[in-house]
Design a protein around this ligand. Structure first.
Ligand SMILES: CC(C)(COP(=O)(O)OP(=O)(O)OC[C@H]1O[C@@H](n2cnc3c(N)ncnc32)[C@H](O)[C@@H]1OP(=O)(O)O)[C@@H](O)C(=O)NCCC(=O)NCCS
Length: 133
Protein backbone atom coordinates (compact mmCIF):
# COMPACT_ATOMS: atom_id res chain seq x y z
CA UNK A 1 0.00 0.00 0.00
CA UNK A 2 1.30 3.48 -0.76
CA UNK A 3 0.09 7.03 -0.24
CA UNK A 4 -0.03 9.19 -3.36
CA UNK A 5 -1.01 12.77 -4.03
CA UNK A 6 -4.26 12.76 -5.98
CA UNK A 7 -4.24 13.81 -9.65
CA UNK A 8 -7.40 14.43 -11.64
CA UNK A 9 -6.48 11.70 -14.14
CA UNK A 10 -7.21 9.20 -11.34
CA UNK A 11 -10.87 10.26 -11.46
CA UNK A 12 -12.37 6.97 -12.67
CA UNK A 13 -10.52 4.89 -10.08
CA UNK A 14 -11.22 7.50 -7.42
CA UNK A 15 -14.96 7.55 -8.07
CA UNK A 16 -15.11 3.77 -7.83
CA UNK A 17 -13.40 3.91 -4.43
CA UNK A 18 -15.51 6.85 -3.28
CA UNK A 19 -18.71 4.99 -4.03
CA UNK A 20 -17.51 1.80 -2.33
CA UNK A 21 -16.32 3.68 0.75
CA UNK A 22 -19.15 6.15 1.22
CA UNK A 23 -22.26 4.38 -0.11
CA UNK A 24 -24.64 4.32 2.82
CA UNK A 25 -23.40 7.57 4.36
CA UNK A 26 -26.24 10.10 4.59
CA UNK A 27 -24.11 12.97 3.28
CA UNK A 28 -23.06 10.96 0.22
CA UNK A 29 -26.65 9.89 -0.48
CA UNK A 30 -27.74 13.53 -0.24
CA UNK A 31 -24.89 14.99 -2.31
CA UNK A 32 -23.76 12.74 -5.01
CA UNK A 33 -22.35 11.30 -7.08
CA UNK A 34 -20.67 13.26 -8.57
CA UNK A 35 -19.41 14.94 -5.44
CA UNK A 36 -16.86 17.08 -7.28
CA UNK A 37 -13.85 15.73 -5.40
CA UNK A 38 -12.72 13.85 -8.52
CA UNK A 39 -11.71 17.26 -9.91
CA UNK A 40 -10.17 18.38 -6.64
CA UNK A 41 -6.45 17.93 -7.28
CA UNK A 42 -4.46 20.87 -5.96
CA UNK A 43 -7.36 22.48 -4.10
CA UNK A 44 -6.23 21.19 -0.73
CA UNK A 45 -4.20 18.28 0.57
CA UNK A 46 -5.71 15.39 -1.37
CA UNK A 47 -4.01 12.09 -0.67
CA UNK A 48 -5.10 8.65 -1.77
CA UNK A 49 -4.03 5.21 -0.58
CA UNK A 50 -3.33 2.87 -3.49
CA UNK A 51 -2.83 -0.86 -3.65
CA UNK A 52 -1.66 -1.92 -7.09
CA UNK A 53 -3.96 -0.18 -9.55
CA UNK A 54 -6.75 0.28 -7.02
CA UNK A 55 -7.49 3.28 -4.87
CA UNK A 56 -8.45 1.91 -1.47
CA UNK A 57 -8.74 5.10 0.56
CA UNK A 58 -8.73 8.88 0.25
CA UNK A 59 -8.57 11.98 2.36
CA UNK A 60 -9.17 15.56 1.27
CA UNK A 61 -8.10 18.15 3.81
CA UNK A 62 -8.33 21.92 3.63
CA UNK A 63 -4.97 23.37 4.64
CA UNK A 64 -3.75 25.18 6.64
CA UNK A 65 -7.12 25.06 8.45
CA UNK A 66 -6.83 21.29 8.87
CA UNK A 67 -10.45 20.59 8.00
CA UNK A 68 -10.86 16.95 6.99
CA UNK A 69 -13.65 17.27 4.44
CA UNK A 70 -13.71 13.88 2.78
CA UNK A 71 -12.31 10.63 4.11
CA UNK A 72 -13.05 7.03 3.27
CA UNK A 73 -11.54 3.57 3.08
CA UNK A 74 -13.16 0.85 0.97
CA UNK A 75 -14.85 -1.80 3.14
CA UNK A 76 -12.45 -4.67 2.28
CA UNK A 77 -9.46 -2.63 3.45
CA UNK A 78 -10.78 -1.33 6.75
CA UNK A 79 -9.18 -1.99 10.13
CA UNK A 80 -5.72 -2.28 8.59
CA UNK A 81 -4.50 1.17 9.51
CA UNK A 82 -5.17 2.87 6.15
CA UNK A 83 -7.44 5.54 7.65
CA UNK A 84 -4.87 6.20 10.37
CA UNK A 85 -2.11 6.70 7.79
CA UNK A 86 -4.31 9.07 5.79
CA UNK A 87 -5.02 11.18 8.87
CA UNK A 88 -1.34 11.27 9.84
CA UNK A 89 -0.57 12.44 6.30
CA UNK A 90 -3.25 15.14 6.59
CA UNK A 91 -1.73 16.18 9.93
CA UNK A 92 1.73 16.53 8.34
CA UNK A 93 0.37 18.58 5.43
CA UNK A 94 -1.53 20.83 7.84
CA UNK A 95 1.54 21.34 10.02
CA UNK A 96 3.76 22.10 7.02
CA UNK A 97 1.22 24.69 5.86
CA UNK A 98 1.31 26.36 9.28
CA UNK A 99 -1.86 24.90 10.79
CA UNK A 100 -2.19 23.67 14.35
CA UNK A 101 -5.34 21.50 14.45
CA UNK A 102 -7.28 18.89 12.55
CA UNK A 103 -11.05 19.26 12.53
CA UNK A 104 -13.39 16.46 11.46
CA UNK A 105 -17.15 16.28 11.24
CA UNK A 106 -17.86 12.55 11.24
CA UNK A 107 -21.37 11.42 10.62
CA UNK A 108 -23.27 10.09 13.55
CA UNK A 109 -21.94 6.63 12.76
CA UNK A 110 -20.30 4.47 15.41
CA UNK A 111 -17.34 3.49 13.19
CA UNK A 112 -16.37 7.03 12.25
CA UNK A 113 -16.69 8.30 15.81
CA UNK A 114 -14.70 5.39 17.22
CA UNK A 115 -12.05 5.95 14.55
CA UNK A 116 -11.57 9.65 15.28
CA UNK A 117 -11.65 9.08 19.02
CA UNK A 118 -8.99 6.37 18.72
CA UNK A 119 -6.81 8.92 16.90
CA UNK A 120 -7.15 11.49 19.68
CA UNK A 121 -9.98 13.68 18.35
CA UNK A 122 -12.35 14.93 21.04
CA UNK A 123 -15.87 16.33 20.81
CA UNK A 124 -15.76 20.14 21.00
CA UNK A 125 -19.30 20.92 19.85
CA UNK A 126 -22.19 19.69 17.69
CA UNK A 127 -23.44 20.89 14.31
CA UNK A 128 -26.39 20.07 12.07
CA UNK A 129 -25.90 19.21 8.42
CA UNK A 130 -28.16 21.32 6.17
CA UNK A 131 -28.22 20.79 2.40
CA UNK A 132 -30.14 22.75 -0.20
CA UNK A 133 -30.66 20.97 -3.49
C1 LIG B 1 -13.80 5.69 9.34
C2 LIG B 1 -12.87 4.95 8.36
C3 LIG B 1 -12.23 5.96 7.43
C4 LIG B 1 -11.75 4.24 9.16
O1 LIG B 1 -10.77 3.71 8.26
P1 LIG B 1 -9.88 2.42 8.64
O2 LIG B 1 -8.80 2.32 7.63
O3 LIG B 1 -10.75 1.24 8.83
O4 LIG B 1 -9.28 2.86 10.05
P2 LIG B 1 -7.97 2.25 10.80
O5 LIG B 1 -7.79 0.82 10.41
O6 LIG B 1 -6.82 3.17 10.55
O7 LIG B 1 -8.43 2.35 12.31
C5 LIG B 1 -7.66 3.00 13.32
C6 LIG B 1 -8.36 2.79 14.65
O8 LIG B 1 -9.64 3.43 14.66
C7 LIG B 1 -10.57 2.63 15.42
N1 LIG B 1 -11.64 2.13 14.53
C8 LIG B 1 -11.66 2.15 13.18
N2 LIG B 1 -12.81 1.61 12.70
C9 LIG B 1 -13.51 1.22 13.80
C10 LIG B 1 -14.76 0.59 13.96
N3 LIG B 1 -15.53 0.20 12.90
N4 LIG B 1 -15.21 0.32 15.22
C11 LIG B 1 -14.45 0.65 16.29
N5 LIG B 1 -13.23 1.26 16.19
C12 LIG B 1 -12.78 1.54 14.97
C13 LIG B 1 -9.76 1.45 15.99
O9 LIG B 1 -9.25 1.86 17.25
C14 LIG B 1 -8.65 1.33 14.96
O10 LIG B 1 -7.50 0.69 15.45
P3 LIG B 1 -7.48 -0.92 15.54
O11 LIG B 1 -8.00 -1.47 14.25
O12 LIG B 1 -6.02 -1.23 15.80
O13 LIG B 1 -8.38 -1.29 16.69
C15 LIG B 1 -13.64 3.86 7.56
O14 LIG B 1 -14.36 3.05 8.46
C16 LIG B 1 -14.62 4.44 6.56
O15 LIG B 1 -14.26 4.73 5.42
N6 LIG B 1 -15.91 4.59 6.96
C17 LIG B 1 -16.95 5.10 6.05
C18 LIG B 1 -16.73 6.53 5.68
C19 LIG B 1 -16.64 7.44 6.89
O16 LIG B 1 -17.34 7.29 7.89
N7 LIG B 1 -15.77 8.46 6.75
C20 LIG B 1 -15.54 9.44 7.77
C21 LIG B 1 -16.55 10.52 7.66
S1 LIG B 1 -15.79 12.09 7.84
Amino acid sequence: MRLVTYANDMAARYEEAEFAALDGLAVFRAMGPPTGYAEGAGLGDFTVAARGDHIIGFCFTQVPEGIVWWLGVVPDERRRGVGHLLIESAARATRVAGGTHLLAEPEDAPAARAFFQALGFRERGLRDLLIRR
